[in-house]
Design a protein around this ligand. Sequence first.
Ligand code: H2B
Length: 93
Amino acid sequence: MADLLSDDEIEAQLPDDWSREGDEIVRIYEFDDYLRGVNFAQMVGEIAESQFHHPEIIIRYEEVEIRLTSHEEGGITEADTEMAELIESERDA
Ligand SMILES: C[C@H](O)[C@H](O)[C@H]1CNC2=NC(N)=NC(=O)C2=N1
């Protein structure tokens, strides 16, 4: 099991445009249309499966919310911040 990150470590490792909400890190991505958001959610799901670390993915009209936490550890770990970085890099690809 990974170690829980301290408040300072979370702040230091949080990618740009992501925020911390309690035991989760969160970002809302905006899209021009609904299906682009759906396709993005699919891509996030594939990353989650490859990492075996699964975010909450909320698909809304023209936006997708990603919420990450480490359930087994009961908080935020490097698995969460690394997953956020992977999503960011795929989004920019
Ligand atoms: C048994 C446990 O559910 C698995 O080891 C994985 C699956 N995906 C997971 N995803 C997240 N976000 N946190 C976990 O602790 C986690 N655990």
